[in-house]
Design a protein around this ligand. Structure first.
Ligand code: SF4
Length: 99
C-alpha cells in the first residue's frame, strides 16, 4: 500500500515539474552564433598591368587567361597567407579581399 502511495505521489510530482536527468543538461548541441564570411581575392582588372607577379606567388589562386587577363580561380577557400603576399607585391595594388 505504501509503495502504491509513493508511486502516485511520484506521478503527480512528475506532472507538475519537468524532471531532467543530469545527462539531459549535457546533451543539448552547442549552437554557434558565429557567422563565417568567406573572403575572396579580387583583381581590379582596369589597373592590372599583367606583370604576372601574383601568378608567380600564388598560382593556385591567380592565373593568366587566354585573353591575357588575370583570373581568380574559383575555390571553396583561399590561402590567406599566399594571397596576402600577392597583395603585398602587386606593383599597382590592384588585388584586394572582398568579404
Ligand atoms: S601582380 Fe597585380 S598587376 Fe601584376 S598581374 Fe597580378 S594583379 Fe596584375
Amino acid at each position: 500500500m505504501l509503495s502504491m502511495l509513493a508511486m502516485n505521489l511520484a506521478a503527480k510530482l512528475a506532472k507538475r515539474q519537468k524532471v531532467r536527468s543530469p545527462n539531459a543538461l549535457n546533451t543539448k548541441e552547442p549552437t554557434l552564433n558565429v557567422e563565417y564570411k568567406m573572403k575572396i581575392p579580387i583583381v581590379e582588372l582596369s589597373d592590372c598591368i599583367k606583370c604576372g607577379v601574383c601568378v608567380e606567388i600564388c598560382p593556385e589562386v591567380f592565373r593568366l587567361n587566354g585573353a591575357g587577363f588575370i583570373d581568380v580561380i574559383e575555390l571553396s577557400s583561399y590561402p590567406e597567407i599566399e594571397v596576402n603576399e600577392a597583395i603585398k607585391y602587386c606593383p599597382v595594388d590592384c588585388i584586394y579581399w572582398e568579404e
